[in-house]
Design a protein around this ligand. Structure first.
Ligand code: SF4
Ligand code: SF4
Length: 257
């Protein structure tokens, strides 16, 4: 539990660097963070794109809501206790990149969220196009020295083609119509489909999952995209996003938990 040090009522509370916020999740990146990509402090391999329509916590409203803009986030390490634990957090020693930590980390203070809210309200978020543009002048993509120029030139087109084919929002909206939303959300699962419409929707979701998986496979096998780059390039698979809300598609059909 985080508690304020009350040893002197005249002293303003300060960050104790307990790391709890780092365990709960790494930052999303702002345009101002682009130099950290160019310098190799953050590599694309360490990032994941959260796409429009994905469920994410809106700290200002204190609730989960579908994202209205894409976010680039430091990818979590998985695991039961803290699945979004920042990969740069080290037990015992704290942030491995503290001197060059992302701007949201510098602004975040759990006892006073005003600086972070000001930052989020005044500065633009970094998106995939912005990140690739920032890296455009680099001879090699940091973290991927063997990526050939032809594949690298294809990356923006692959993002665009995937967005055209495999949007997140309609898939998670369809899941919500079937009654599958994250725990603690209200109002998104109303008007649940029944009968034939429900079966049709389940079939559509299974097809969307298959198309997304096939696109990813083509990127790796035909276009030569390193698999480690896919979370940044295409975000998380639709299959994983549906599993998060309790729908587990299979190769032949979509099964409900
Ligand atoms: S801002 Fe983070 S590291 Fe600092 S006291 Fe709060 S939870 Fe701990
Ligand atoms: S980059 Fe550093 S300060 Fe920011 S969440 Fe990760 S470990 Fe914490």
């Amino acid at each position: 539990m985080i508690s304020q040090d009350m040893s002197s009522p005249l002293e303003a509370p300060v960050c104790r660097r307990c790391g709890m916020c780092c365990l709960r999740g790494g930052p999303t990146l702002m345009v101002e963070d682009a130099p950290r990509l160019v310098g190799g402090v953050l590599t694309l391999e360490s990032l994941v794109c959260l796409r429009v329509g994905e469920w994410a916590r809106d700290d200002a409203r204190g609730e989960l809501r579908p994202l209205e803009k894409e976010h680039i986030k430091v990818a979590g390490l998985g695991g039961q206790a803290h699945p979004w634990r920042c990969r740069y957090y080290r037990d015992g020693s704290g942030c491995a990149i503290y001197a060059q930590r992302p701007v949201q980390c510098s602004a975040l203070f759990c006892m006073d969220t005003a600086p972070l809210e000001t930052l989020l309200g005044s500065e633009p978020l970094l998106d995939r196009a912005g990140a690739l543009k920032a890296l455009g002048g680099e001879a090699q993509l940091p973290g991927f020295p063997d990526l050939n120029a032809g594949t690298r030139a294809l990356l923006p087109d692959l993002i665009a083609a995937h967005e055209e084919q495999s949007l997140v929002a309609p898939v998670l909206e369809a899941a919500a119509r079937l009654g599958f939303t994250p725990r603690g959300t209200q109002g998104y699962g109303e008007g649940m489909e029944e009968g034939e419409e429900r079966q049709a929707l389940l079939g559509d979701l299974g097809e969307a999952v298959r198309a997304d998986a096939a696109f990813r496979q083509l990127c790796v096998e035909r276009a030569g995209v390193p698999a480690a780059l896919l979370p940044f390039l295409l975000g998380r698979p639709l299959q994983d996003l549906l599993a998060e809300v309790g729908l587990r598609p299979t190769s032949s059909a979509t099964e409900e938990n």
